[in-house]
Ligand binder design. Structure first.
Ligand SMILES: [Zn+2]
Length: 438
């Protein structure tokens, strides 16, 4: 599995049109954003131009469309533009709008897809946040929607849509990739049942609505300006909505969604469940992973000492130093590590030599701390008594211990090292270093 990088748009690009609910003219402008920024909406029509994170925590309502908000500021009908950004692989962007809703366009995601393509999608320097489905999750709602999330090494959606009395029952299964989205999903338009829109039109709640931006189903008849774009256009639009609503998770999902009669409410419930599971996983590894005691070092401080960089930096944090001769470092072994791609396909195991490398890097930090001048570097010379006792797997947290056992003048040093996962020693080695003036 390749390590994926975060992406943003290459340049700003915009799109104008009419908003569905107010019928007013609106311009949406897509802008690049830095790594770890996520997707944010910006209301440039309001004072101070407030932004709203496209996150499930900000979800306000799911009736007919997905509305998010912070404080008193709202943006409505976010799911189609988020679907296009998510499917095209954009992790970080600002969606600037001079109204409370994107232009509805033709009721599909095609106009947004086009604006994303116009802006371009460019890689950034930091790995993407991924949610790998572990145990099966499911959501079932009173309205009869059922969503099941299964482990998979790709992002797939298999969806069954069914209208009232099971009319227009349709099924489609896709792997969500930019190419599939562009061809099979983005053009699928919103559809509504005549009974539902009649009331809304009477209440004047959809001023911008017309047969140009939705398919209206009346009995068995299909009313729309343009003929159906696909014989199964409805299920394709359901998949489009699932992608857009799940973009509110804020992480890429690697898993297979089985959806039966999905809707915005059920999609949002699943997004919430994923965010909860992700937080639970972080909480399990977090307490012991936080630096403790004097001299604890974060990654950026380690990088001031060691010249190693991703993907060859094998220590995330130094947890503590003890008595001037002992050190403990930590490495979270993620499924996204580049070495798992080839070691081994379908059977990921952390290479033993990289555990030795992790020991050497942690021991080097200790040697650096001990030397009073910063113009000496400890070079890794040899390893003795190397033993690999247990496989290290994706998801493991590696505790790397090193203890200085011998120094000869200021020329040589020996360190006894071992790596521990879940309180069990998984590897050990005695490492020798020589000092070199720089
Ligand atoms: Zn929709």
């Amino acid at each position: 599995m390749a390590t994926e990088l975060q992406h943003t748009v290459g340049k700003a690009a915009s799109l104008s049109g009419t908003s569905l609910h107010t019928g007013e003219k609106v311009t949406l402008r897509l802008e690049p954003a830095p790594v770890d920024h996520g997707i944010k909406f910006r209301r440039s029509d309001l004072q101070d131009q407030p932004t709203i994170d496209a996150k499930i925590d900000n979800l306000k309502t799911v009736e007919r469309a997905t509305t998010i908000g912070e404080g008193s500021v709202r943006v409505h009908t976010v799911e189609h533009v988020l679907s296009a950004l998510s499917a095209m692989g954009v992790d970080n962007a600002i969606i600037d709008m001079d109204a409370n809703e994107p232009p509805i366009g033709d009721g599909s995601a095609r106009p947004y897809l086009e604006v994303v393509k116009k802006a371009g999608v460019v890689p950034q320097e930091t790995p993407r946040k991924m949610f790998d489905v572990g145990e099966t999750m499911h959501i079932e709602t009173k309205s009869g929607a059922l969503l099941i999330l299964l482990p998979d090494d790709k992002f797939r959606i298999s969806c069954t849509q069914a209208g009232p009395n099971n009319r227009f029952t349709q099924f489609l299964s896709v792997e969500v990739t930019p190419a599939v989205f562009e061809k099979e999903i983005a053009p699928a338009r919103t559809f509504v049942y005549y009974e539902d829109v009649q009331q809304l039109m009477d209440k004047n709640l959809i001023k911008g609505g017309s047969l140009e931006n939705a398919i209206v189903v009346r009995g068995d008849a299909i009313l729309s300006k343009e003929p159906l774009r696909f014989q199964d256009e409805f299920v394709r639009h359901k998949i489009l909505d699932i992608i857009g609503d799940l973009a509110l998770v804020g992480q890429r999902i690697r898993g297979h969604i089985i959806a039966v009669k999905p809707g915005h409410g059920a999609n949002a419930d699943l997004a919430r469940a994923i965010v909860r599971e992700s937080a639970r996983r972080a909480a399990i590894s977090a307490p012991r992973a936080r630096p403790i005691g004097d001299g604890a070092l974060e990654t950026d401080q380690i990088m001031e000492i060691l010249p190693h960089r991703f993907p060859f930096l094998m220590v995330d944090r130094i947890l503590n130093f003890e008595g001037g001769t002992k050190i403990t470092g930590l490495k979270s072994v993620s499924i996204n590590e580049p070495f798992f791609q080839g070691h081994f396909p379908g059977h990921p195991v952390m290479p033993g030599v990289l555990q030795v490398e992790a020991m050497a890097q942690v021991a080097s930090v200790l040697l650096f701390k001990l030397s009073d001048t910063s113009n000496r570097i400890g070079y890794f010379m040899s390893a003795d008594g190397v033993k690999f006792r247990k496989p290290v797997l994706p998801g493991d947290t590696l505790y790397i211990h090193a203890e200085l056992t011998k120094t000869r003048g200021n020329r040589l040093a020996k360190a006894q090292c071992h790596c521990v996962v879940n309180d069990v020693v998984v590897s050990e080695a005695e490492l020798m270093f020589t000092f070199v003036e720089t």
